[in-house]
Design a protein around this ligand. Structure first.
Ligand SMILES: NC(=O)c1ccc[n+]([C@@H]2O[C@H](COP(=O)([O-])OP(=O)(O)OC[C@H]3O[C@@H](n4cnc5c(N)ncnc54)[C@H](OP(=O)(O)O)[C@@H]3O)[C@@H](O)[C@H]2O)c1
Length: 310
């Protein structure tokens, strides 16, 4: 078995997250072959030393394959579909590291599909958006065979700041789903109190500056502050992807008999965001919806604020 630094890595998916994660790994000296459905999006990674694959067959001979796509359907299609990775006549990776936010059931199905081909799976979803990745602050939560995790750990740590192994099987999916339910609830609560403070006469930048310095401030409240102050809603995470995660959380909660009243309300607000057409912008547009409901005229404050990431 090669030492981790010698691992040959295949990378599947260079969307917002996958691109920045692959770039971190390539810049750390990883030997990367990258495949993306839309090849052009992967091409800038050549500047970081990555090789761009023309087809999934070019991932033959990799020790490890990372996967960062949108939904379970997409992952299944790319890994196990008619033209997917497993259909290629190539030496398969020993380990697949699947980082998309997918359901526990999807992850378990993937594990059994891969196991049938002798491939082990690390479920390794992440916390943080692309800016967080670039700042080196991404966190992985990982489950699956402990020995595979130990081998892959240097890869996780060259992409992000931490990786936490939480056990066997699909436990990491549950942790990630809980995390994103919390994200949806916190985001909604954050825009509510921001709108309340503004309607009472407090500029958003002043309110959020205090909040960020207080015991309630977090990496999340800090890096969302520029968007909430200056109404720059360039997408980091779409409302539709967040709704997917709220739905995964609520489904899990129903299956396990856990009441989630706050999460259920936040889910409906995210649905309203989508129904009101905010599909192409960031989920922080929850502020615009809240502003409308509060009869509040929202304008960019044009104040330079720190995102806490630089
Ligand atoms: N954005 C965030 O802040 C964030 C944070 C943590 C976790 N996540 C999770 O990370 C995953 C990726 O999110 P993202 O924001 O990077 O999404 P994204 O920018 O929309 O990227 C999606 C990627 O999946 C590929 N893809 C989608 N469907 C495909 C299919 N059927 N066949 C082949 N390729 C397909 C896309 O290829 P093309 O380039 O060809 O479209 C692209 O590379 C999601 O599960 C999301 O929930 C996101």
């Amino acid at each position: 078995m090669p030492t981790p630094i010698d691992l040959k890595v295949g990378w599947i998916g260079t969307g917002r997250m996958g691109f920045t994660m692959a770039r971190r790994l390539a810049r750390a000296g990883g030997k990367l072959t990258v495949w993306n459905r839309t090849r052009a999006k992967a091409e800038p990674l050549t500047q970081d030393g990555a090789r761009i694959a023309d087809s999934l067959a070019d991932l033959g001979g990799c020790d490890v394959a990372f996967c960062m796509l949108s939904t379970w359907d997409d992952v299944k299609h790319v890994i196990a579909g008619p033209d997917g990775l497993l259909s290629q006549r190539i030496p398969m990776p020993r380990t697949v590291i699947e980082c998309s936010s997918i359901s526990v059931q999807g992850s378990a199905e993937l594990r059994s599909i891969l196991a049938a081909r002798g491939i082990e799976l690390l479920a390794a979803p992440v916390s943080g958006n692309a800016k967080v990745v670039t700042a080196g602050k991404l966190s992985f939560v990982v489950s699956g065979p402990r020995a595979a995790y130990d081998r892959a750990r240097p890869l996780f740590e060259s992409i992000g700041k931490s990786s936490t192994w939480v056990g066997e099987g699909e436990l990491a999916r549950t942790v990630k789903i809980c995390h994103n339910v919390f994200l949806g609830v916190v985001a909604q609560s954050l825009v509510e109190v921001t709108a309340l403070a503004q309607k009472a006469g407090v500029p958003r930048h002043a309110f959020l500056d205090f909040l960020n310095q207080s015991v309630m401030g977090s990496m999340f409240t800090r890096y969302k502050t520029p968007a909430l102050v200056n109404l720059d809603f360039k997408v980091t995470f779409t409302p539709e992807l967040l709704r997917k995660d709220m739905d995964l959380g609520l489904e899990l909660a129903r299956n396990l008999g856990v009441p989630m009243p706050t999460a259920a309300l936040a889910r409906e607000q995210i649905q309203s965001l989508i129904g009101n057409g905010f599909t192409e912008q960031d989920f922080a547009t929850l502020l615009l919806l809240e502003g409308r409901a509060a009869g509040l005229a929202l304008e960019p404050e044009q104040v330079q604020v720190d995102d806490g990431l630089s």
